[in-house]
Design a protein. Structure first.
Length: 157
């Protein structure tokens, strides 16, 4: 493996249609995968969309949803890359919930910032998803600190 490191810093990452000068998170993820996926020893990559949390701290539902959509686009790009690459597992989760968002089936026009019940982290469970050609049964609910155990189980298989 090359010991070259790549570092990129952007004042702003656009939510969509960023182009070469201002790439989206999905663009950056794909560029990073192109760089690290050639390692014969395999690779581990973590991608975070921290603005979901930041927007939820200030109860900005429109902002949070915009960043969730951008992160969803990133996940789609990564899963497509993993499908093409093969022998790759993608785990998607959050490290915590923020804002105590209460959604009760409201329509798009009914969504509003008042659906938040707090401005800090809560103890609500967050979902996790595993994609890949792996034949393992995973528990439906795990503590987020067990994600490391999940990764080790997959790598050890």
């Amino acid at each position: 493996m090359s010991k070259d490191k790549v570092f990129a810093s952007f004042e702003e990452i656009p939510l969509e249609d960023g182009g070469d000068k201002k790439p989206t998170l999905a663009n950056l993820a794909t560029i990073a995968l192109d760089k690290i996926s050639t390692d014969e020893d395999g690779f581990f990559m973590m991608i975070e969309e921290s603005h979901i949390d930041k927007c939820s701290h200030i109860n900005d539902l429109d902002g949070a949803l915009s960043h969730v959509k951008a992160y969803d686009n990133t996940i789609k790009a990564v899963v497509e890359y993993a499908k093409a690459l093969g022998n790759t597992v993608v785990i998607v989760t959050a490290d915590h919930e923020t804002g105590g968002l209460q959604y009760n089936g409201e329509s798009d026009s009914e969504l509003n910032d008042g659906m938040y019940t707090r401005g800090e982290h809560s103890s609500a469970n967050v979902p996790y998803f595993v994609f890949g050609d792996i034949n393992m049964d995973f528990p439906k609910v795990i503590d987020n600190t067990q994600i490391a155990w999940l990764c080790k189980s997959i790598i050890s298989k």
